[in-house]
Design a protein around this ligand. Structure first.
Ligand SMILES: Nc1ncnc2c1ncn2[C@@H]1O[C@H](COP(=O)(O)OP(=O)(O)OP(=O)(O)O)[C@@H](O)[C@H]1O
Ligand SMILES: [Mg+2]
Length: 497
């Protein structure tokens, strides 16, 4: 159990498990690539077209002989074609990873090698493969580094083997020789190679437990393979690896910190836009820890877009930490909880968060940590964030309640019958805190009163608002209004259109 602001956390983030080692996803990817490989398909087609063609007669047209001569020329170039033959490593040149080399997105003159001391590396940078103009040069780099990124001897040998066997652009040979010599002399490993290596260590692929409708997963490319790849593969980069975070983002400043994470304002290098990146502070060494951390991103991904839910872009494991790229907001609502705000402003906030909750609940998910800290403001619009405690309403996932100050009594008693109403209670307490103009303390008396639904009078605020708040914080979850009921409350006519 963890202590968190005087609240008790079930051991959501503290778990045991083992890391299983298995075939890399890269290997599987390569196997999959074979079927689609144009060269192999050409082989199959060629074989068919050569063997199934009706025997040519003497009156074969000039066009037919042209086709024949072209076909045999191609056959000579490609060598004997056998559709069933083992195509070997050379045929993976068009796998997807090939197009993902970070060379395209790594700006010049940036110290991206977080684990290496760049000042000691005086070897000139190899020319970008983009400038080499040929597919082969990229393939050469990719294959050699994929198989053994740090073994320069192997890379060199492989390059020269290729030169013997294939017709390679002379320019390219020169550059490759140069690189090979440099590799041997200085042990230089290109940044992109290391980055590539760090990118091919995939996180586990699991069925998203938050997705309600089976058809929503129908387009998922993993589907029936999930059981095969559900175990964890090594999820971190080594100390010598490049950081995806540092490669893709420029860190501007820290904008927040929770009990288990830090949040940074970042500029994404490739699109020039600002985002928030949240990463866990603890290293997640165990499979089970990583699976738990992933639940936050799975919930966000299952939810999809809503104007009052913080936008989610992507996530990845790096250095045994989970990184989450999010929509950047201006600040959290807790900044306002020490300010006096007008009833109109309160109604706007309440309406927007209720809208977010209606959306979340309709997706079959409960947030379970609604509080000012986890409601962010962007351009005056409220966004519900921090889905680290999100669970399913149908109780098919473990329940970890959030900040105890905002939790109703029933959840502390482990009664999980009405998890959506837990969020309603927390929203009530959040609004009450905003009206008070001072953050809730850990005081036992205060907490008991709130959990009993005993609200003091709130001078200066309408009776309608006070009655609604009282209902939201009712001790009996069944008597609390739903998010939809709140949305439809006539009190909000005052702020509508
Ligand atoms: N997308 C964002 N835009 C702006 N600020 C953010 C964003 N996400 C988080 N923050 C800031 O960082 C703080 C911590 O983030 P978050 O609540 O997600 O972390 P946490 O570790 O899960 O928190 P907790 O302690 O509640 O478990 C937030 O209170 C908020 O101030
Ligand atoms: Mg939080």
């Amino acid at each position: 159990m963890f202590e968190k602001n005087g609240r008790t956390l079930l051991a959501k983030r503290k778990t045991l498990g083992t890391i299983q080692s298995t075939r890399t996803k890269k290997n599987r990817k390569m196997e999959g690539t074979l079927e689609r490989h144009p060269l192999i398909q050409f082989g199959k087609l060629s074989k068919l077209s050569f063997e199934n063609r009706p025997p040519s007669n003497a009156a074969s047209s000039a066009f037919q002989s042209l086709l024949d001569s072209e076909s045999s020329e191609l056959r000579n170039q490609l060598g004997p074609v056998d559709a069933d033959a083992d195509c070997g490593d050379k045929d993976f040149i068009l796998s997807q990873d090939f197009f993902c080399t970070p060379d395209y997105i790594t700006p010049d003159n940036q110290n991206l090698m977080s684990g290496l001391d760049i000042s000691k590396d005086h070897s000139p940078c190899p020319r970008s493969p983009v400038k080499l103009n040929t597919v082969k040069s990229k393939r050469c780099r990719q294959d050699s580094f994929t198989l053994n990124p740090l073994n320069s001897t192997w890379s060199t040998k492989y390059r020269f083997d290729e030169q013997e066997n294939e017709d390679v652009d002379t320019d390219e040979i020169m550059v490759d020789k140069l690189q090979a010599n440099q590799t041997e002399r200085s042990g230089y490993v290109s940044q992109s190679a290391v980055a590539l290596r760090s990118r091919v260590m995939p996180p586990p692929c699991l069925k998203n437990p938050y997705v309600m409708n089976e058809s929503e997963t129908a387009t998922d490319p993993f589907r029936y393979q999930r059981s095969k790849c559900a175990s964890f593969l090594p999820a971190s980069r080594g100390g010598d690896g490049l950081s995806r975070y540092l490669t893709d983002f420029h860190e501007i400043q820290q904008i927040g910190a929770g009990n288990f994470s830090r949040v940074f304002k970042v500029l994404k290098r490739i699109d020039g836009c600002l985002y928030a990146v949240k990463h866990s502070t603890r290293k997640l060494y165990l499979d089970s820890e990583r699976r738990k951390a992933m639940m936050e991103v799975q919930a966000l991904a299952a939810l999809g877009f809503h104007e009052n839910v913080v936008g989610y872009y992507c996530s990845w494991f790096e250095n045994e930490q989970l990184y989450i790229q999010l929509e950047l907001c201006d600040h959290s609502l807790s900044k306002k909880s020490s300010l006096k705000i007008s009833e109109r402003e309160i109604l706007v906030i309440m309406h927007q968060v209720a809208k977010a909750l209606q959306f979340v609940h309709e997706k079959g998910i409960a947030h379970l940590d609604v509080k000012p800290d986890n409601i962010y403001i962007k351009n005056g619009v409220c966004k519900l964030g921090d889905f680290g405690c999100a669970t399913r309403l149908d109780k098919s996932l473990p329940v970890e309640e959030g900040d105890a100050r905002y939790m109703p009594q029933e959840i502390l008693n482990e009664n999980y019958e009405h998890l959506d109403k837990v969020d309603i209670f927390s929203l009530g307490v959040t609004v009450y805190e905003l009206i008070r103009g001072s953050p809730l303390t850990e005081s036992r008396n205060q907490s008991l009163n709130i959990k009993e639904g005993k609200l003091p009078l709130l001078p200066g605020h309408s009776l309608q608002l006070q009655q609604l708040l009282k209902a939201m914080m009712d001790r009996d979850p069944k008597r609390r209004p739903s998010a939809r009921d709140i949305m439809n409350h006539p009190m909000f006519d005052r702020i509508r259109g």
